[in-house]
Design a binder for this molecule. Structure first.
Ligand code: NAP
Length: 271
């Protein structure tokens, strides 16, 4: 029987996850299919029952279910507990488990670069929590967070025992890594915007934008022009997906081929 996988979220906008996972199943000749399952919040409990009874082998979880799904699971990894959110359901023996591969995905491209001594995370939403958890997992000693709404930065900083910096003063600091987790720069109404002034990038810093559409946001373009190393959100997306696939199948997709696949998908060559 064809093994079933999918993504839940609501509203479930366009996602590249089916392209990635279905391609991976094809590469390994697996009889499996990954689908998009829009799911309203009221349907979550019944859906998890279906996962248990209908032999669904793995699920990607996105907004608004990342936190609420946790109460329905048998086990949650320490990483997902630290973030307070799950983006992946997988089976371990008979137990339905929750992991957060956004953290793994965020950290993976940074492991290829020299580790910065300090980092500043811009934003304090769900992605920022994954970013702070990942940067701490990477061993960065000095992590700070700045957010437009100060109370949210304070609360995140308290949860992770890191520093909160007023949004207005964010550019007075010279971190080794600046990680944008706000939607500033995203295709559409936000595309022309950036959370950082072009002439304020610290020398030698790494600029990381978790937005991946466009591939090079204004923030990344200006950082590159200022001589900084840059990391696109596509790397995070790619690696969170590779980690999901490995949890589900114990197989590793070819990273470079998967990257090309996603670049094509982003350019509209696949859907
Ligand atoms: P979220 O929980 O809604 O948080 C959004 C954050 O951005 C909040 O801190 C918010 O500040 C801030 N923000 C929104 N508009 C702003 C503005 N005009 N100026 C300054 N700050 C602003 O969203 P999320 O789940 O963290 O996701 C954030 C982004 O990450 C999205 O673009 C999402 O697509 C992307 N993402 C990418 C990946 C990947 O794999 N690359 C994975 C997950 C998420 P306030 O608190 O003041 O509202």
């Amino acid at each position: 029987m064809t093994a079933r996988y999918g993504i839940i979220g609501y509203p479930l906008g366009h996602t590249m996850s089916p392209v990635l996972h279905n391609w991976g199943f094809g590469q390994f000749g697996l009889d499996a299919r990954y689908e998009a399952w829009p799911l309203e919040p009221e349907g979550l409990s019944a859906f998890i029952e279906r996962v248990r009874t209908d032999d669904i082998r793995g699920v990607s979880v996105t907004i608004p279910h990342k936190r609420t799904v946790m109460e329905f699971l048998d086990r949650i990894t320490d990483r997902a507990k630290a973030v307070g959110a799950v983006n992946t359901l997988y089976w371990d023996g008979g137990e339905l488990c929750g992991e957060n591969t956004d953290v793994i995905g965020l950290v993976a491209p940074l492991r290829k670069l020299a580790r910065p001594a300090s980092a500043l995370v811009l934003g304090a939403g769900g992605a920022a929590r994954a970013a702070v958890a990942g940067l701490l997992e990477l061993g960065i000693g000095d992590v700070a967070v700045a957010n437009r709404t100060a109370s949210k930065a304070d609360s995140l900083a308290q949860d992770f025992n890191v520093r909160a910096i007023p949004w207005e003063n964010r550019m007075d600091h010279a971190p080794g890594l600046i990680c944008n987790t706000t939607p500033l720069g995203m295709a559409g109404a936000m595309e022309d915007r950036t959370p950082w002034d072009a002439d304020r990038f610290p020398a030698g810093c790494i600029a990381y934008d978790i937005v991946y559409n466009p591939l090079e946001t204004r923030f990344l373009r200006e950082a590159r022009e200022a001589g900084c190393a840059t990391v696109s959100g596509l790397e995070m997306f790619l690696h969170q997906g590779l980690a999901q696939f490995a949890l589900w199948t114990r197989l590793n997709m070819d990273e470079e081929c998967a990257r090309v696949l996603l670049l094509d998908a982003l350019a509209g060559k696949r859907s």
